[in-house]
Design a protein around this ligand. Structure first.
Ligand code: NAD
Ligand code: MG
Length: 399
């Protein structure tokens, strides 16, 4: 029997890589549903090639999609809309695997719906876990969902952990099973060697030019500020039930080692590979088996230099803010994430400078009272509140 897959965010960078892996393994997987927020022509190309049963788009795109599908004699593909449509496909009885690849907070509700329905959930949408941490992990356990990391670092950590790691209880967030530390690698982004004094004037297009990975705009900017590593630090703490005290960020500019796990006997286990998201996607799709990802094997005679350094949190305060938010716990990570989404959007629209992205986040964190993140409603309310406050700082700071 083929596994039936739903791709949330099919037109994005992770969505496209997922489609590549699925195409290579079409004897094992079929595509039940795809979703997109914009770019209806791209979505129709996907529909032509993969013939899903359902496509989900915003209500205002429904007519455009219908006309395009009709033009291609694909009007039998059902169109659903908005958040209801997303949660319907993410939790659909006919779906085995959900790729959570919507960017930002918009992915939270549908990803949580997949988790609550007990699916195999391939998690790319790190913002969803950063916002809802404990709730998402508890729902996964309660509903026997298999939450597998697609983020390359977390997928690497998962591959370096003992096989039974996820099933062993850990209530105190101390390392278990002989593990002493997790080493989360970071490329350092496009401004690793840019002097601090020049950061205020960098442009969105410079910030989007990642040295090793080709990604969506938001995660590219997050990589440039190192907020991506901050969000990933929080993601790692939740996924692997480990305190941030045991997670060290290591800058490794070549992105060949995707992260490491250290053990009490002095061993450090690393997962390596060419920087291509098809590898972690294929791993999470097939785990515990392996499938062909279409990625060439690593050539260590070509990639023969691996460098490491500590991150500069003076130059990249976003990483410090994320660590402090994780230490504070409660709603702080959700506030951090919401403010960051607003600030990144403002930077992309040329409304604030690059260095003001983390200033907006810091001011927003300082403006809001922290509290327990004990319900989804509280998290969503706080997300909205943090967005409003961040927006006022965007206006105040300007460029
Ligand atoms: P992207 O911008 O390329 O694609 C985002 C997808 O989400 C698109 O299909 C878009 O239509 C959809 N979308 C956007 N806004 C939406 C909304 N409001 N409602 C519903 N759908 C919406 O992003 P990406 O680079 O593919 O990243 C997706 C997620 O994966 C992010 O959370 C990112 O941090 C994570 N991630 C990406 C990479 C990478 O290499 N691109 C690596 C690791 C993790
Ligand atoms: Mg990553």
């Amino acid at each position: 029997m083929k596994q039936s897959v739903c791709i949330l965010g099919a037109t994005g960078s992770i969505g496209q890589s997922t489609l590549k892996v699925l195409e290579k393994n079409s004897n094992k997987y079929s595509i039940f549903a795809v979703t997109a927020y914009s770019r209806m022509h791209d979505l129709v190309d996907i529909c032509k090639k993969f013939l899903p049963k359902i496509a989900v788009v915003p209500e205002e795109k429904k007519d455009e999609l219908y006309q395009l599908l009709k033009l291609n004699r694909l009007e039998t593909i059902e169109i659903l809309t908005d958040e209801d449509g997303l949660t319907t496909v993410a939790s659909h009885n006919d779906v085995d695997v959900v790729m959570a690849a919507i960017v930002g907070a918009a992915g939270l509700i549908p990803t949580l719906a997949a988790v609550k329905a007990g699916k195999r959930v391939l998690l790319a949408n790190k913002e969803a876990l950063v916002m809802s941490g404990d709730i998402m992990m508890q729902e996964a356990k309660k509903n026997s969902a298999l939450l597998l990391p697609v983020d390359s670092e977390h997928n690497a950590i998962f591959q370096c952990l003992p096989e039974n790691y996820m099933s062993v209880e850990n209530n105190n967030n101390e390392p278990k099973l002989g593990i002493s530390r997790v080493l989360l690698t970071a490329s350092g982004g496009p401004f690793l060697n840019t002097p601090l004094a020049e950061l205020a004037t960098v442009t969105p297009s410079q910030a989007c030019k990642h040295p090793n990975w080709s990604m969506g705009q938001k995660v590219s900017i997050d990589s440039a500020t190192l907020m991506n590593k901050g969000l990933e630090l929080i993601e790692a703490c939740h996924l692997f039930a480990i305190s941030e005290r045991f997670v060290t960020v290591v800058v490794h500019p070549q992105s060949i080692i995707h992260s490491m796990v250290q053990y009490i006997d002095g061993s450090t286990i690393a997962q390596m590979g060419n920087p291509d998201m098809c590898t972690p996607i294929a791993h999470a799709l097939a785990w515990p088996k392996r499938i062909d990802a279409g990625v060439s094997a690593l050539d260590l005679f070509v990639n023969n230099k691996l460098d490491f350094q500590a991150p500069d949190t003076k130059k990249f305060p976003a990483l410090r803010l994320a660590r402090e938010s994780m230490q504070a716990g409660g709603l702080a990570p959700a506030i951090l994430n919401a403010a960051n989404e607003i600030a990144v959007d403002a930077f992309l629209k040329d409304k604030i400078s690059f260095t003001n992205i983390s200033n907006v986040v810091e001011e927003t964190l300082n403006s809001l009272e922290n509290a327990q993140a004990n319900s989804l409603e509280v998290i969503l309310d706080t997300d909205q509140c943090a967005r409003n406050i961040a927006q006022t700082y965007v206006t105040k700071m300007g460029k």
